[in-house]
Every structure is written in C-alpha cells, then in structure tokens.
Write a protein that binds this ligand. Structure first.
Ligand SMILES: C[S@@+](CC[C@H](N)C(=O)[O-])C[C@H]1O[C@@H](n2cnc3c(N)ncnc32)[C@H](O)[C@@H]1O
Length: 365
C-alpha cells in the first residue's frame, strides 16, 4: 500500500479511506496475506485521483468510475476532454488579463463586462450561445466541401461546432472542444468527441476523410492540428483563410477602413502555403456570395448595415478578439459612413458583384 501511495503521491490514509468507503478496494493479496493493488485496482485508483484533481466530489467520482458502460479508454478520453477544457479556459483567462493590462497601461477605462468577461470559459464557451443566430450552412460552401470529400464514407469533422457542414449521407464523427458548442448540436447530429485538433484521439488512418471548416484559426497550433488530420484520414478538406497575399488586410473594406486590428488577430496564423504543405494539398479560392447564409466575418460584404447588428457580431469571434474598444470605434465609424453616404461612395463597385474573393480558401489533399 505504501508503495502505491508513494507512486500516486497520496497518503496511505487516503488509500485506507478509499478502501473503507468502497471507492478503490485492493483486490490482490501479498504472500504474507496483506492487501495489494492488482493492475485493475491501480487503473481505478488513477481514475479516481484524476477526477478528484479535476474537482469532482467523492460521490460524483464514485458514480463516474462505477459506471459499468465506461471502460478505461472511455475514462481516459473523458479526462482528456475535461483537461483540455480547463487548459483552454486558463488560456482564455490569460488572454483576457493581457488585454486588460494593455488597456490599463494605455489609461483606458475597463468596463464591468470586460472585467467579468475573463471569468467566462474559453472563447467559444463565452460567445458560443450566440452562434446559431446567424451561423448557418451556406449551401454553396457545402457543395464545394462535400464534392471535395469525394467518395469518403467515414468523415471526421474537426472543430465541428454545431455541425453546419456535416454531410448527411456519410458516417460522421465530430470533434469539438467547447462544451457550449457541443451542447448546441441538434438532436440526431453525429456523435461528438470532446477533444482538440492538435491531439486527435484516433488511430492512424481511422477515417476516409477529415474536414475542418472555419476553425483552423482558433487552434493553438494549426500546423500540428492539420498534421493530425492528415494522420487519421486518407483525405483532408479544410476551409480556411489566406494571409499570404501581400496587402491582404486591404482586401475587405471592413478590415481596411474600420477594423485594422483584425490583422493583429491573425498575426501568428500560418501561411496558406504552410498549411497546404502540412496536409500535402492544394488551395482553391472560395468566393463569398453576396447573400451568404453563414454569417462569418466577411459574409456581409455587400450588406454593410448587418455589422451594426450586435447579434451578427456576437456570432463571430473576431469581434471578441479585437476587444470592446476597437469594436465600438469600428461600429461607430461604419455607422457614420453609412449615414453620410461615404461608405457607398467608397465601395461603389461592390454593388455590381454577386460574389467576392475575400481570401476564403479550400485546401484539399
Ligand atoms: C467558427 S466555429 C466553426 C464551427 C463549424 N466548423 C462551422 O463551420 O460551423 C470554430 C470552432 O472551432 C472550435 N475550436 C477552437 N479551438 C479548437 C481546437 N484546438 N481544436 C478543434 N476545434 C477547436 C471552437 O470551439 C468552435 O466551435
């Protein structure tokens, strides 16, 4: 018992207590007749201690480890998901603290919303519940993605969110780290694993294809995530954004004239060529239709009034990332220009276009 206690970093008293309450009962015996931990007991002890470390109470832990339908691998997956959530939450808090420190250093006033915002979960746990208001399947994007999946029967959807682009005619498995997003998946949606792209809990070549839509820019390590997709699937399809083109910041009037901070949001984002390399694929341009049904950042390029609508902005992470100050300034300034006719004057040529190339790219490998 002392040896196991030392290995696990807990006291012998704790192990006695777990034995007394029936949580972890050593089932083997030493030659001298003392109780000893069999491999299955050690496995159970490890699960108990890991759930305890994550803050679960003894009764909850007993329910979790006592669930006969959950084996060791399922426990590891669940623990992994819980730890990733915790890590993301810590990352989001660090980012929020950095933003507040920067604001304070500039002498800016920090609002109560901003101060309390850092206590929220990671980005999509914070903004995720606004997502379904405007983020829907754009059928022209869906056709491109599904064509690129070819004859794949099994498909992994990484950073799946609410599953907007999951093809109904294939066997889909979703991966999504945000509990809020997972919670909004419609009834009957594909099964969803709590995990992150950078470390997919699947064996090599488990799927015919892996897809990722509007998510790579959120990953802590996009190249690692893309390599993981390559590892677990024969075919890889990724809808992402091109920042290779010189002056890409000026491609879209919103970034060019109102929200130059967007460039900062994508400053550490890998090049399109680097991402294509990671999966061994090619890039195809995806024009954004003027009436795009999926309310992504660029979706309203010909409907500028939409950006004045809080609901539209809340469903797009860019606005949360640039911070309230930049958002307020951009919206005020756009509103002024729409009112004065300045926007219309500057962007006269857009009225003629039905679709615009604003840097959206499909990587196919
Ligand atoms: C803009 S949403 C896109 C959701 C969905 N693919 C769609 O097109 O509607 C981005 C998603 O990426 C998820 N995400 C963030 N970090 C991730 C990571 N490291 N690995 C996988 N997904 C991640 C977010 O939680 C969020 O649900």
């Amino acid at each position: 018992m002392g040896h196991v206690a030392r290995l696990a970093g807990v006291s012998v008293r704790t192990l006695h207590h777990y034995d007394d309450i029936g949580l972890v009962r050593p089932s083997a015996r030493t030659p001298a007749g003392y109780r000893a931990y069999a491999p299955a007991d050690v496995e159970r002890l490890r699960e108990v201690l890991a759930y305890r470390r994550l803050g679960f109470g003894l009764r909850e832990v007993a329910d979790l480890v006592g669930d006969p339908s959950t084996n060791a691998v399922a426990h590891l997956r669940r623990l992994r998901g819980l730890l990733l959530e915790r890590r993301d939450r810590a990352d989001a808090m660090v980012a929020a603290i950095d933003r507040e420190l920067a604001a304070r250093a500039k002498g800016l006033k920090v609002t109560p919303e901003e101060q309390l915002g850092m206590l929220g979960a990671r980005l999509y746990d914070a903004i995720g519940d606004a997502y379904t208001a405007t983020r829907r399947t754009e059928p022209r994007f869906a056709t491109r993605i599904w064509d690129a999946l070819g004859d794949a029967r099994t498909v992994l959807n990484v950073g799946a969110g609410t599953g907007s682009y999951e093809p109904a005619d294939r066997v889909v498995t979703a991966v999504e780290p945000s509990a809020v997003m997972r919670g909004q998946r419609p009834a009957g949606a594909a099964p969803c694993v709590a995990a992150a792209a950078e470390s997919l809990p699947f064996d090599d070549g488990s799927f015919d294809a892996a897809m990722a839509v509007s998510t790579v820019h959120h990953w802590g390590d996009p190249i690692a995530g893309l390599r993981e997709m390559r590892r677990v699937a024969r075919r890889v399809v990724v809808l992402t954004f091109d920042t290779d083109e010189a002056g890409w910041q000026d491609r879209f009037w919103l970034t060019r004239d109102y929200l130059p901070e967007f460039a900062g949001v994508l400053s550490g984002f890998p090049s399109l060529a680097g991402m294509a390399d990671a999966i061994g694929g090619r890039a195809e341009a995806v024009p954004i239709p003027w009436d795009c049904a999926d309310g992504l950042f660029e979706a309203y390029w010909r409907r500028p009034e939409a950006y004045l609508d809080d609901r539209v902005r809340r469903a797009v992470s860019v606005w949360a990332r640039v911070g309230r100050e930049a958002e307020r300034r951009a919206v005020r300034s756009l509103g002024d220009d729409l009112g004065s006719g300045r926007w219309a004057e500057r962007n006269r040529d857009l009225a003629e276009l039905d679709a615009a190339d604003l840097g959206l790219r499909l990587l196919v490998a």
